[in-house]
Ligand binder design. Structure first.
Ligand code: ACO
Length: 319
């Protein structure tokens, strides 16, 4: 039986930090409102000359260094992003070129905040099918460019960043299972509906969101997907050493953990320092928890995400 295994992680956060206090000078909000409703204290904002592929490149280099893998060993690149450099070509192709890699398949996955889960599950399937040996999987986002900075309901929530992992063939898991779901009937609940049409922007070019609906849905499916992953593998929830959820709101994370009976000490959180970095939030959190030595060899780690679509999913890993 062939599996895939994570052999290196990397992350990159842009230099500029925007605190809640900075936001107090921009919209009618307060540090205490943002902290108490979301858990966010600050977020990183990309420089004007940084693109999603630039953030991805830096995170990829970190992952390659950690895995001791060179560019000629990478034979698949998948990038999860909602904020691509351009409509086409894909950010994965742009990243491939910046890395100096030739001829391997490279493509983007668009599943918004679940994007990294979808991308990792896809790369795992390529490896299990024997179609590639080593894959680079990246989540990269510059949400600061798609936010209406006059809308306090959304602009306080998001941040920019990138996270990357390298996975390779292994006889042992590695990635044990992945679980993907979508329900497109919720498409308008959380969306950026704008598009380019005949040389003009058609529709709203900024994120719109029914916050309460998203909140309730997220808590429901973040619980369900954990039950699904452990049941399929004949495990107990108590077997999970680390839960690494998408970082949208600390209250969503706490509610999920409480319903599952998982103590917060076993949940990796970065929302306070990063905000919601969409497809980058899970690989960034994984990178931090693997580098600081929290995650030990042999432990079960469960990644889970939910995003616009709605999309949701989980990847169970034996570290
Ligand atoms: N500062 C101060 N007040 C605010 C702010 C703000 N930034 N934003 C909203 N308010 C006000 C509202 O106007 C409202 O005022 P009112 O009572 O006078 O009408 C009040 O605060 C309460 O607003 P609610 O929307 O009810 O606040 P809630 O506690 O639900 O928190 C939040 C809002 C944080 C958006 C929450 O609903 C949430 O986190 N939802 C999930 C969002 C999410 O996860 N989105 C990303 C999903 S991932 C993806 O795919 C991109």
């Amino acid at each position: 039986m062939m599996y895939s295994k994570i052999i290196g992680t990397g992350g990159y956060l842009p230099e500029k930090i925007l605190t809640n206090h900075d936001l107090e000078n921009m919209v009618d909000t307060s540090d205490s409102w943002i902290r108490s409703r979301t858990g966010i204290e600050q977020r990183h904002i990309a420089a004007d000359n940084e693109l999603a592929s630039d953030l991805a490149l830096k995170a990829s280099h970190e992952a390659m260094k950690a895995a001791d893998v060179s560019t000629d060993e990478i034979n698949l690149i998948i990038v999860a992003t909602t904020t691509p450099d351009m409509i086409f070509p894909s950010t994965a192709c742009i990243l491939q070129n910046k890395l100096g890699i030739k001829n391997c398949p490279a493509f983007d996955v668009q599943a918004v905040c679940s994007g990294f889960i979808y991308a990792l599950a896809t790369a795992d399937m390529f490896i299990r099918a024997g179609r590639c040996r080593t894959a680079l999987v990246v989540g990269t986002e510059i949400y600061s460019r798609i936010l209406d900075w006059d809308d306090r309901g959304t602009c306080v929530l998001f941040g920019d960043g990138a996270g990357a992992v390298l996975i390779t063939q292994s006889n042992q898991p590695g990635i044990i299972s992945s679980h993907l779901h979508s329900d497109g009937s919720h498409a308008n609940t959380l969306a950026l509906s704008g598009n380019i049409c005949n040389g003009k922007i058609q529709g709203n070019p900024y994120i719109t969101m029914e916050g309460n609906t998203v909140f309730k849905f997220a808590v429901k499916v973040m619980e369900e997907i954990v039950h699904e992953a452990v049941a399929e593998n004949n495990l107990q929830i108590s077997d999970i050493s680390w839960l690494i959820p998408h970082q949208a709101n600390i209250r969503i994370i706490q509610s999920t953990a409480k319903k599952l009976g998982i103590p917060m000490e076993k949940v990796v959180t970065t929302i306070n320092k990063h905000g919601n970095t969409s497809a980058a939030s899970i690989p960034l959190a994984l990178d931090i928890a693997s580098r600081d030595g929290r995650i030990k060899s042999g432990q079960y780690v469960l990644l889970e995400g939910v995003g616009s679509g709605f999309t949701w999913g989980a990847v169970l890993i034996r570290w």
